[in-house]
Design a protein around this ligand. Structure first.
Ligand code: PRX
Length: 652
């Protein structure tokens, strides 16, 4: 859909009159003061140099803040050396904070672990030793396929410590999806668990790893397995080792060697407009600087007293930046929860907030909308008075959900910060500062200090207030992706070719009359399902890989709870039958190819697909059908009667 068209649908939102400035008390004591914007404006890249030196401990100071001579390939903090794990762990222990809780872990069945900075440091050192003894060296890739348990964070930091590059694969992805990511990154080690708990029952993970490694030709030499749910597992001798054998018995001594500021920290795969997921590459110094900076300022962090809870899984970028890295680099205490919000009851999250006195909650609009559906009586039963700041991420938050979040969860006083960013940007890019900005329900509003975002038209010209267009970033930023793993050309083509010398984010946006930014969703073939990024092409490829399917087209249709839902239109091969079974079979097939999160909500069997004369599928028209609207302009179709045929077949 064009940005313009999307803009029209959101037109009514742009006349939002409500404003929620911070209370005087909050503003007076806030971590981020208005001067932060002035400093960022006046100091240019030196602003980031100052943040880097203030927020991180460098082994060797950098000599140049930004080298953009080989644009769009950036180098930040040139000549500096730094170790991510040392910054997240050892230095806090050295500063006498070893007894501070780093992680309050709550398992879905209700088991708990309280892990101090000293304990976490010890375990990361052991894991680093264990991985090294399995042959992992600086620069090697490690695939991580783990649930939300502390070992996930330990693994990521242990990799960072030795300079190995982690590639976390979300536990909801299938064996096939895991294999393609292992192959692309040429991972040497996989870290997984026997399983996890999901909705009160043990759920397996290891079989997917076994499945992924079944076929020869991979690069994996060892699989480390955490025992989490005690379910029986198949064992490959010589390849598989238990975490409690390899890590728990390893030495507790390990010195963190500093790495170059531009040393790769991790690869994280995300969906683009083509079928093949992109390995987004992040490096060390700039990423840590901007994640720590935004965690501190966007959330008004007080590490001595706050309990921070980011509900994202480590399989997504939010779980990297605001679970594994920034909270620990900032020396904060955080909550980590393994399970779903409705197990064993729909008040689980609020019970946890009461129990751990969570003061900063960071979650996604899809979760908020689900809680709205369950009703305000559930959270009302718990004491949520510890909450001071509420964050939102992953998709546009509709003003009703924003208001509900503020009133019901935040008691009408906690500022809501809507944070726009992406896997590629590494850290918050657009977000209000809670003690400065008068918040507007539904809008992410303003660029983070030091970040240059804009909305431009087709020609790349900045649009005036009151107009819409494409979201771009005009200047390099510290946490920017450094490339796509193994594919520099695709990096240039995807982000830097649409507009001259600007990063194209793929999102439509509008500036309202005050110049505040409203995000309007993707303008490309990327869908956003419950804040998870999926590409239409990827699911189409999965569908046509089934022998019964001749052709498929997928669209993201708006959905009250999940933001968007996958709707697939398929043409069956001659011999295949159109019945309920085929729909179930195809849904399961997509689940196997990609993962349960990609299963279409609806699969509609149609006789034809709407195509232009050049053969391009007109998804816009299918989206109209999927969303129950009157079908838009179909005059450019090669056969204009097709939409009637589709409508007739759907009525059948
Ligand atoms: O469309 C935007 C949407 O999520 C996309 C990025 O997805 P991903 O890389 O998976 O990262 C999600 C978590 C950072 C963006 O292109 N998006 C993310 N945050 C917001 C958002 N859309 C509107 N408002 C947001 N706050």
């Amino acid at each position: 859909m064009s940005a313009e068209r999307q803009g029209d649908a959101f037109e009514n939102l742009l006349h939002e009159e409500r404003r929620f400035p911070p209370s005087e008390e909050f503003a007076a004591n806030a971590v981020a003061q208005p001067s932060l914007y002035d400093e960022a404006r006046e100091q240019g890249t030196e602003f980031w140099a100052r943040q880097a030196r203030e927020l991180l401990t460098w082994e060797k100071d950098f000599t140049q803040t930004l080298d953009w001579s080989d644009a769009p390939f950036a180098k930040w903090f040139v000549g500096g050396t730094v170790n991510a794990a040392y910054n997240a762990l050892d230095r806090h222990v050295e500063a006498g904070l070893g007894d501070r809780v780093a992680i309050h872990f709550e398992g879905e069945p209700g088991d708990t672990r309280t892990i101090t900075y000293a304990e976490l440091t010890r375990e990361v050192k052991q894991a680093a030793n264990a991985f090294e003894s399995l042959g992992v060296r600086k620069g090697d890739r490690v695939a991580v396929y783990l649930p939300m348990i502390p070992e996930a964070v330990v693994t990521m930091l242990a990799c960072a410590r030795i300079g190995a590059v982690h590639s976390v694969v979300f536990g909801g992805f299938s064996a096939d999806a895991l294999r393609s990511r292992i192959d692309d990154a040429e991972a040497k080690l996989v870290v997984t668990s026997d399983g996890t708990y999901r909705r009160g029952k043990p759920s397996a993970l290891k079989p997917a790893v076994d499945g992924a490694l079944e076929k020869e030709g991979h690069t994996v030499t060892s699989v480390v397995v955490v025992r989490r749910n005690n379910e029986p597992v198949e064992w490959t001798e010589g390849r598989d080792v238990w975490w409690h054998d390899a890590v728990a018995h390893a030495s507790e001594e390990h010195t963190a060697v500093a790495h170059d500021a531009e040393h790769p920290l991790f690869i994280l795969y995300t969906s683009g407009t083509t079928g093949k997921p992109k390995g987004i590459l992040h490096t060390t110094g700039g990423y840590l600087t901007q994640t720590a900076f935004t965690h501190k300022n966007t959330f008004d962090l007080r590490p001595e007293t706050d309990v921070f809870w980011c509900t994202a899984d480590i399989g997504w970028v939010t779980g990297h930046s605001y679970v594994a890295y920034a909270p620990l680099v900032n020396g904060a205490t955080q909550l980590m929860y393994e399970g779903t919000p409705d197990t064993p009851h729909q008040g689980r999250w609020w019970e946890l907030i009461e129990k751990y006195k969570v003061s900063i909650l960071y979650t996604a609009p899809t979760a908020i909308r689900t809680f709205m559906k369950w009703g305000r009586d559930i959270p009302k039963k718990y004491d949520l008075s510890s909450i001071r700041v509420l964050g939102s991420v992953g998709e546009p938050i509709n003003p009703e959900a924003w208001m509900w979040y503020r009133e019901v969860i935040g008691g009408g006083k906690a500022p809501v910060v809507d944070t726009w960013w992406q896997t590629e940007t590494g850290a918050h890019m657009i977000a209000p500062m809670p003690g400065v900005t008068a918040a507007k329900p539904g809008s992410a509003q303003v660029a983070v200090p030091g970040i240059a975002v804009d909305v431009v038209d087709e020609m790349g010209e900045s649009v005036p207030n009151g107009s819409g267009g494409y979201l771009v970033i005009r200047e390099p930023w510290p946490a920017m992706l450094r490339g796509i793993w193994g594919d520099p050309q695709r990096f240039k083509d995807t982000y830097w070719s649409r507009f001259d010398a600007m990063y194209f984010a793929g999102d439509g946006a509008k500036k309202d009359d005050d110049g505040d930014i409203w995000l309007l969703g993707r303008v490309d073939d990327v869908m956003n399902i419950s804040g998870h990024r999926l590409s239409t092409t990827e699911i189409e490829s999965a569908l046509v890989s089934h022998p019964s399917v001749a052709e498929a087209a997928v669209v993201g249709a708006s959905d009250e709870t999940t933001g968007q839902a996958v709707v697939a239109f398929v043409i069956l091969r001659g011999s295949a039958k159109d019945d309920d079974d085929i729909v179930t079979t195809l849904r399961n097939h997509v689940g196997k190819e990609i993962g349960p999160i990609a299963k279409p909500r609806n699969i509609l069997v149609v006789p034809e697909l709407p195509k232009t004369r050049s053969g391009k599928i007109m998804r816009r028209l299918l989206k109209d059908v999927a969303e129950g609207r009157e079908v838009g302009d179909a005059t450019t179709l090669s056969d204009p009667t097709i939409m009637q045929q589709i409508a007739a077949s759907l009525r059948k």
